[in-house]
Ligand binder design. Structure first.
Ligand code: HEC
Length: 120
């Protein structure tokens, strides 16, 4: 029972963190489509190690892989979310963890990448 208890506490703490992060994202993303909140969280877990949390490609992995910055890239901000998803899938540098994401998650992450590219 003790184990169950600490596990549900951990789940509770994790959910609280998610709710906090999501509401912060909603506040920051006011005026942009609803997927923005999820997109930020997905980007953080699936993309940030290579692209940097703000898309500036400023992590050790970014540097090792010579990842170009998404932030400020007009080539990306000018594309539709569908086009960005297609680019992500086609890119040979993207690992299977990215390519096996659900379409909804890919779209959410692409939407976030588009915002970062637009400097938001
Ligand atoms: C293992 C590191 C890695 C991860 C994880 C990763 N990327 Fe990339 N991504 C790259 C590299 C490297 C490039 C540049 C490839 C090139 O120059 O052709 C790139 C390019 C891109 C591009 C530009 C595509 C193009 O064709 O120019 C987009 C958009 C992008 N990534 C979005 C994402 C998103 C969104 C995620 C998370 C779902 C993600 N990436 C996860 C390494 C990564």
């Amino acid at each position: 029972m003790k184990m169950m208890h600490s596990m549900s506490l951990r789940i509770l703490a994790a959910s609280a963190a998610i709710v906090l992060a999501a509401s912060a994202a909603i506040v920051l993303a006011a005026g942009v489509p609803a997927w923005a909140a999820d997109g930020a969280a997905i980007f953080r877990t699936q993309c940030a190690k290579c692209h940097g949390e703000t898309g500036k490609a400023d992590t050790p992995v970014s540097k090792a892989l010579k990842v170009p910055a998404l932030a400020g890239d007009a080539r990306i901000s000018g594309k539709s979310v569908d086009e960005i998803v297609a680019m992500m899938k086609a890119n040979p540098k993207h690992p299977p963890t990215v390519k096996s994401m659900s379409d909804a998650d890919l779209e959410a992450a692409a939407g976030h990448a588009k915002q970062l590219a637009a400097g938001k």
